[in-house]
Design a protein. Structure first.
Length: 350
């Protein structure tokens, strides 16, 4: 079964064709990074307008790369939640139009749930359940328990900033260019970066809590870089005052604290859900070098089956949407033309 996936929840217009949930025949991503760079973040109105112009050629390219005609598509899947509402509406409208015109089913997919699936793409071996799932993205940071690929339960989530958002804000505090997460990772990963120059907080939120908090870490870095502000909010110095070496060391301190918080919570989750021997990880921050290395070590120490996405499936993409849709379709999930774009996730919350 060939499923065409469409993804437009934020600032990537993406389309992909995936066969039987696993074999990625094509995956095309039209990034909008250049359009948003001058604003230092995603501007929703610019994003939705760019989707309008980028999505149709992106879908055409995905079909062409897969070597298929539209008539060979058996279903259309679309990321319909969560995300920027204007951006979601463009993808959902395109998916509805295609499904209606071709007379094939439409399947709405939760983007966060799809991130959990990304590590199963292009993998022929079935995954052992139950599993723990970790989503670390620009908008979400959460841990789930999955009893099957389609059924998950939320165990804990961030109570304020998401880890990717914290990375991007930390990068801005250090004066790095947008998009900041990968740049901060690269800086922190330089061989002689010293992560002991300062101690940034790792939030615990109570013994054994599976929730996350990243706003304190971000503020601690801000004060480290610019000093404690005087009454009235005036900072003692600008980030320009940092030497390149000090900047690199502070990036390493931030990376150490941000990743340690994830590993701490995963440790709690593994203790509480000892029946889970599989770990599914997804979201943009799963591309982070330090996090990937620590997850590999954890998996080998604990005998866990780790499903980390290939780098091309860490960030937003449509292959994860089409892949998960196949399982949803098999499980009897089928939407119709009343499918709605929804700004919030429903992953694990039913
Ligand atoms: O999953 P994603 O593509 O979009 C959302 O669904 O939010 O994640 C994007 C986030 C951004 O915050 C970006 O800075 C972060 O993932 N990111 C990274 C790295 N690569 C992407 N953060 C840290 N280290 C990286 N290597
Ligand atoms: Zn995402």
């Amino acid at each position: 079964m060939n499923i065409l996936g469409i993804e437009s929840s934020c600032d990537e217009s993406a389309a992909a064709v995936v066969q039987d949930g696993v074999r990625v025949l094509s995956s095309v991503i039209a990034s909008q990074v250049d359009l948003h760079a001058e604003y230092g973040g995603v501007v929703p109105e610019i994003a939705s307008r760019a989707h309008v112009s980028q999505l149709t050629p992106t879908i055409s390219k995905a079909l062409c790369d897969a070597g298929l005609e539209l008539g060979q598509i058996d279903a259309v899947a679309v990321g319909h939640r969560p995300g920027l509402i204007g951006s979601l509406l463009v993808g959902v409208s395109a998916a509805k139009a295609l499904a209606w015109a071709m007379g094939v089913p439409i399947v709405g997919v939760d983007h966060i749930h799809a991130h959990l699936y990304a590590g199963l793409l292009d993998q022929s071996e079935a995954v052992e359940m139950p599993a723990l799932g970790l989503v670390v993205s620009g908008g979400h940071t959460a841990i789930y328990k999955l009893t099957s690929v389609t059924d998950c339960q939320l165990l804990g989530a961030t109570i304020d900033d998401a880890i990717g958002e914290a990375y991007d804000k930390a990068a801005t505090i250090l004066g790095l260019a947008y998009p900041g997460g990968p740049r901060l990772d690269a800086l922190a990963s330089q061989p002689d970066a010293d992560e002991t120059v300062c101690k940034l907080p790792i939030s615990r939120l109570g013994k054994d809590s599976l929730d996350f908090s990243y706003s304190g870490l971000k503020t601690a870095l801000l004060y480290e870089v610019r000093g404690i502000p005087a009454p009235g909010g005036v900072f003692q110095r600008d980030h320009d005052a940092l030497s390149e070496l000090h900047k690199r060391d502070l990036a390493a301190c931030f990376q150490n604290a941000a990743v340690s918080a994830v590993m701490l919570k995963l440790g709690h989750a593994l203790k509480q859900y000892g029946e889970c021997h599989t770990l599914l990880v997804g979201g943009g921050v799963s591309a982070n070098s330090r996090l990937r290395a620590e997850l590999v070590t954890l998996a080998s120490e604990r005998g866990l089956e780790l499903r980390l996405p290939a780098m091309e499936y860490c960030m937003d993409n449509a292959a994860m949407i089409a892949g998960l849709a196949w399982h949803l379709h098999k499980a009897g999930v089928e939407d119709d033309l009343t499918l709605r774009a929804v700004p919030t996730t429903g992953c694990g919350r039913s």
